[in-house]
Design a protein around this ligand. Structure first.
Ligand SMILES: NC(=O)C1=CN([C@@H]2O[C@H](COP(=O)(O)OP(=O)(O)OC[C@H]3O[C@@H](n4cnc5c(N)ncnc54)[C@H](O)[C@@H]3O)[C@@H](O)[C@H]2O)C=CC1
Ligand SMILES: O=C(O)[C@H]1O[C@H](OP(=O)(O)OP(=O)(O)OC[C@H]2O[C@@H](n3ccc(=O)[nH]c3=O)[C@H](O)[C@@H]2O)[C@H](O)[C@@H](O)[C@@H]1O
Length: 431
């Protein structure tokens, strides 16, 4: 099949490379010329394990990128993988999706046959039908269901394991209103259907809501284990032992029970906020989801409080290990390192930081130029009175004697990655 993908960020690039690997011809459209250049050179614009190999194999062969929407004229299916950030009040900002739909609509009439437009972005129920569809119709002069298909196909991949998640999903969700659009999605994902991946065939709004419910449930699960963990800490109970035990109950499940400094990233924070705002707009106050956000917002503060119990960091050098919002990514959007660094700077600390990923480091340097960024853990720890571990990069688990380089001995671990040992004043956030 010939597939167009609008937007080439974390989702668009991963989906493009994986669909090319399924044997499709893929063309990516992005407004960012440097992203397009990189893709055409076979380089990944983002850090994702496995992506470089796929791009090596397919870029310039069955995978191309362009800034020109006109190049979509020959495709069968077009995915919109555009950002849906939050407005200041938490509600979804659909401006980029609307702009992308407008540009696509202007070329849709030139596409032969019955093209299917698929919203891949995370959008609140009704967006595909009430916002994207009408823009496409207005700009193209065509009719949904008569001249072109409209679908919602939310994405469940995680950053840091995006390729693996896309290739081996727990489920596929196809939101459609017409059979031809559904058949198009089935053809796109044929190799996964052959592998018996469960497929949820549903309506547009249901598919949109499934995505929010999925993220809200996972984010709330982490907040719940963080709340339980905070109580554990007060009673000298190890929250990880508790989590392991409750995770054995099949009704609870062991995944997403790692308590600590909380959830960050480009999705949980904005998606839970958007769902809360969408609910309130219809007159329903989602108290539990709001509490999940509140607990999450408090975890970095708890980490700083633990530090305050041991050291007055004013004028002191303090080491921050980990800047990316999770390991194996360069993404720092809503990283828990942000409130941690802000809190340290407010206290007058001299902050030094290290992340194994250069992209994450450079993104943070832009945000906090006053922080000193070092190339490995040892010089970062050297001479610092305390260390705060914010991201669970595997290499931090190997640190041991490096902590002897601290001028003090305090380690506050927000991810349970450092081994507790004699000679360190070790504080786990929930253990
Ligand atoms: N990042 C993730 O792990 C996941 C994200 N999602 C959802 O997927 C959507 C996309 O997210 P990301 O890939 O993280 O976004 P991103 O911010 O990484 O990438 C978006 C890309 O769109 C491009 N773009 C902006 N305006 C454009 C336009 N008018 N035409 C063409 N390209 C344009 C940008 O230059 C950028 O390369 C969001 O709705 C997000 O919630 C869903 C599942 C996972
Ligand atoms: O909609 C999205 O964009 C994506 O959001 C999350 O994926 P992602 O944010 O990439 O990464 P996660 O592994 O979910 O981690 C999110 C945050 O939760 C934290 N986390 C995760 C698991 C856990 O047990 N504890 C915990 O604190 C991580 O450190 C990280 O800050 C979802 O897991 C994906 O299914 C979804 O597609």
């Amino acid at each position: 099949m010939k597939i167009g993908i609008v937007g080439s960020g974390y989702v668009g690039t991963t989906v493009a490379a994986c669909l090319a690997d399924f044997g499709h011809d893929v063309i990516n459209v992005d407004v960012d010329e440097s992203v397009v250049r990189q893709l055409n050179d076979g380089e990944s614009p983002i850090t994702e394990p496995g992506l470089d190999g796929l791009l090596d194999r397919h870029a310039g062969e069955s995978l191309w990128a362009t800034t020109d929407y006109d190049d979509l004229a020959n495709v069968d299916v077009i995915f919109l993988a555009l950002p849906t950030p939050a407005n200041d009040d938490g509600s979804i900002d659909t401006a980029v999706v609307e702009a992308g739909a407008g540009s696509l609509g202007a070329v849709l009439a030139d596409v032969e046959g019955y093209p299917t437009v698929v919203v891949k972005s995370t959008v609140v129920p009704g967006t595909t039908e009430d916002v994207v569809g009408p823009i496409l119709e207005r700009e193209s002069g065509l009719r949904v269901g008569t001249d072109f298909g409209l679908a919602t196909n939310p994405e469940f991949l995680r950053e840091g394991s995006a390729v693996e998640d896309f290739q081996h999903p727990d489920k596929l969700v196809f939101g459609t209103t017409d059979d031809r659009a559904l058949e198009a999605l089935e053809a796109v994902y044929a190799p996964l259907l052959d592998d018996d991946v469960p497929v949820v065939r549903t309506g547009l709004r249901e598919a949109e809501m499934i995505k929010y419910a999925n993220n809200a449930f996972l984010a709330a699960k982490i907040s719940l284990i963080n709340e339980l963990g905070n109580i554990c800490k007060e009673y000298d109970v190890d929250a990880y032992e508790v989590a392991d035990a409750i995770g054995l109950d099949a009704r609870i499940g062991g995944a997403f029970l790692r308590s600590g400094v909380g959830w960050g990233g480009s999705c949980f924070p904005k998606d839970v906020a958007a769902l809360v705002a969408a609910a309130r707009e219809r007159g329903y106050d989602p108290e539990l989801l709001q509490a999940a956000i509140d607990v999450n917002d408090r975890q970095p503060q708890r980490m700083l409080d633990l530090l305050d119990r041991h050291v007055d960091v004013e004028g002191e050098r303090v080491a921050v290990l980990g800047l990316a919002f999770k390991p194996h990514t360069d993404d720092v959007r809503n990283s828990r390192a942000i409130p941690i660094i802000e809190g340290l700077l407010e206290r007058g600390a001299d902050v030094v930081a290290y992340d194994p990923n250069r992209g994450a480091t450079e993104a943070m340097r832009e945000r906090f130029p006053e922080v000193e960024y070092l190339a490995s853990a040892s010089p970062t720890l050297s001479g610092a009175s305390a260390a705060l571990v914010v991201t669970d990069w595997p290499e931090f688990a190997d640190l041991d004697l490096e902590f002897d380089l601290l001028s003090g001995d305090v380690v506050v671990d927000g991810r349970r990655i450092v081994e507790r040992r004699e000679g360190l004043t070790y504080e786990g956030l929930t253990w």
